[in-house]
Design a binder for this molecule. Structure first.
Ligand code: ADP
Ligand code: ASP
Ligand code: MG
Length: 451
């Protein structure tokens, strides 16, 4: 049995946290490969370093903050010479790349800079495992995680990854515990790419798929997948098990605990996914399985903030054909994935899937796109919206769901509703300021009230 264990940013935030993760790894001999994120806060600091017009003073401050996090861990390890010199190299690469970005705003440089966070944490985590007597080494995942060249939001090339993993990585696992990086990859030319924010979960699932592993463990800061984000509803409870479908819907609709693409490789190879807390592994967690017994009508409430609604108005739509095809072709050309859509006689409203936005958070709606759309219709954009999704099963075919949900929503303004396309969700778009109260009210009614 082979298990891939992934540890997120808070799990590898400092030496103590890494120690807890090392115990989890060493307690399960089936764990042969460990995927780590950058230490908590590091990617955010690096993203700020990629922004334009930073003062030299701020750039220095940011670099110092990253170095302080990484050296804090190195100091606790007793500064082993080899690790110290590798870490120095990575930190000086960081500084060189941030200098280069002042003159050249190339996306390839941004990805190269962002990748240094994961390169540091994997180097340090392997040393923490070795300190505990394990035969562990860090492995540069760019040798196997082949992607296309779309910097900031690169697409993994599944067949290439499988071939590279079997020749370059699998043989190393026989007598080594391998620690590698999530989130980063390389294109055919060997240039560093990233998979988009939160992408380490996806990396772990891709490696598990390529290695034909039986399970992926996602170790994070909560003991499993909850009925909603526990930060939003104190009554949220951890789920023992959920199905791939339910988990995929939750992730797509904003449950940050899992990157939305994570489920795809798991479904392709029927790999079980476990989500648990590296701080409290004894509390167990959630198993995501192909099938679960008794899937309930209501499983969870998910929230995705920062939504943009695009309203398109055109009289051409009236009794015409091909208008939507035109709009979708334009959006596809700009690599925009549409999320929700409602149409009326002469209007189309759609929300944009921000999970596709790139690692540096660059906006999706470019001037070029808006101009191109404006050639076909009148365009208006609304911001400050949030999408709340009720996730479950048989939603579209169970009577009483809408009455119950809309009774709860009565005090709020609902900007858009989507229901019916999927049996697994009912979504409403609300004002950002109502987002938390809407989630709390829905959660309380659907999960905390005995009917
Ligand atoms: P990591 O750094 O380990 O990848 P993330 O911050 O990406 O961790 O994801 C964990 C966070 O996801 C939790 O702290 C929690 O606030 C949030 N979250 C959102 N929805 C859910 C949910 N349904 N269940 C559990 N956690 C959730
Ligand atoms: N470090 C990256 C991020 O913060 C990837 C991840 O944590 O999954 O987005
Ligand atoms: Mg995450």
């Amino acid at each position: 049995m082979t298990v891939v264990a992934k540890f997120g940013g808070t799990s590898v935030a400092d030496y103590q946290a890494m120690g807890r993760c090392a115990d989890i790894v060493l307690n399960n001999p089936a764990t042969r490969i460990v995927v780590v994120s950058a230490s908590s806060g590091v990617t955010n600091l690096l993203v700020e370093l990629t922004q334009a017009n930073l003062t030299d003073e701020r750039r220095l401050e940011l670099l110092k903050s990253v170095a302080a996090i990484q050296y804090g861990i190195l100091d606790c390890l007793g500064r082993p010479a080899e690790v110290a010199s590798e870490l120095d190299k990575l930190l000086s690469q960081m500084s060189v790349l941030s200098d280069a970005l002042v003159l050249n705003r190339g996306k390839h440089l941004m990805d190269a800079l962002l990748s240094t966070g994961e390169l540091c944490s994997s180097l340090l985590f392997a040393a923490v495992l070795r300190e505990r007597g394990a035969r562990a080494s860090s492995f540069d995942v760019r040798g196997v995680m082949r992607t296309d060249g779309h910097f900031g939001r690169a697409e993994p090339q599944i067949a290439d990854i499988e071939a590279l993993v079997s020749t370059e990585l699998a043989p190393l696992l026989k007598d080594n515990l391998i620690v590698t990086q999530g989130f980063i990859g390389a294109d055919e030319q060997g240039q560093t790419t990233t998979l988009g924010r939160g992408g380490s979960d996806y990396s772990a699932a891709l490696l598990a798929e390529a290695l034909r592993a039986e399970a992926v463990e996602i170790w994070t800061d909560v003991p499993g997948i909850f009925t909603t984000d526990p930060r939003l509803a104190p009554g949220a409870r951890a789920l023992e098990e959920i199905s791939f479908n339910e988990a995929a819907e939750m992730a797509t609709f904003g449950a940050k605990v899992l990157h939305p693409a994570t489920i795809l490789p798991a479904v392709r190879r029927q790999i079980q996914v476990f989500v648990g807390s590296s701080k409290e592994p004894e509390r167990g967690g959630t198993w995501i399985r192909h099938q679960v017994e008794h899937p309930p009508v209501y499983r969870a409430v998910a929230l995705r903030r920062g939504q943009t609604l695009l309203n398109l108005h055109s009289l051409q739509m009236l009794h015409a054909q091909g208008f939507l095809a035109h709009i979708f072709a334009t959006l596809a050309k700009h690599r925009i994935s549409v999320d929700l859509i409602t149409t009326s006689e002469v209007n189309v409203s759609l929300t944009l899937d921000k999970t596709g936005s790139d690692s540096t958070g660059t906006g999706l709606l470019s001037e070029a796109l808006l101009q191109e759309l404006a050639e076909h219709c009148r365009v208006s954009v609304e911001d400050n919206l949030a999408l709340v999704a009720i996730i479950g099963n048989r939603i579209a075919t169970t009577s009483g769901v809408c009455r119950r949900v809309f009774t709860v929503l009565e005090p709020f303004n609902v900007r858009m509703i989507c229901q019916g396309a999927s049996p697994h969700n009912l979504c409403v778009l609300v004002d950002e300021k109502d987002a938390a109260p809407v989630v709390a009210a829905l959660h309380s009614n659907l999960f905390e009230t005995a009917l």
